[in-house]
Design a protein around this ligand. Structure first.
Ligand code: ADP
Length: 164
């Protein structure tokens, strides 16, 4: 059976930690839909469209990856896409409580849906998009944590005039 999994997240921006999870996912699932969350209430550095475009640049020729933007309830989106698996990454124990709450709630909302957790390589276990944004904002070295295209986008964002 060919299983399609949904990997939802903010991806603001995508990092090598996310990419590690996606590679592991491709070893198990036939297709992965990377679903960029567009929650107007949640402040982000990049717009949802920019985040989608940045991920597409990385996976341009990978036929088993699709990148999409979604709003609203994740379970509704998963149903709408005809999937029943959600992939999430687990880095450290502190991720567990929130992830477990979300997984249990999503299961309550839709009993068909299973959440699968994957662990990245240790060097990515302390990596987050927020940390990357902070380091990049001070001009720090993020070479081993994001692809070059993402580094370039971050530099452009932080070097742009304030009202650009
Ligand atoms: P969200 O706002 O949904 O947490 P993120 O983009 O921060 O969005 O994360 C999306 C998913 O990817 C989450 O399951 C998160 O735990 C996972 N993730 C984020 N960074 C990493 C990383 N460095 N290694 C493994 N998984 C990660």
């Amino acid at each position: 059976m060919e299983i399609t999994a949904i990997y939802p997240g903010s991806f603001d921006p995508i990092t090598n930690g996310h990419i590690d999870i996606i590679s592991r996912g491709l070893n198990i699932f036939h297709k992965i839909i990377i679903a960029v969350m567009n929650h107007p209430g949640k402040k982000s550095l990049f717009t949802a469209e920019e985040r989608k475009e940045m991920i597409e640049e990385i996976y341009g020729d990978e036929a088993r990856i699709e990148v999409d933007v979604f709003k609203g309830l994740l379970v509704d989106y998963v149903e709408q896409r005809g999937a029943n698996v959600i992939v999430r990454g687990l880095r450290v124990v502190s991720d567990f409580e929130y992830e477990m709450q979300m997984a249990q709630m999503n299961r309550k909302l839709d009993t068909r849906i299973e959440t699968v957790f994957m662990m990245p390589r240790e060097i990515y276990s302390y990596l987050s998009s927020s940390l990357i944004k902070e380091i990049a904002s001070y001009g720090g070295n993020i070479d081993c944590f994001v692809p070059k295209s993402i580094k370039t986008r971050l530099e452009a964002k932080f070097n742009a005039p304030p009202d650009a």
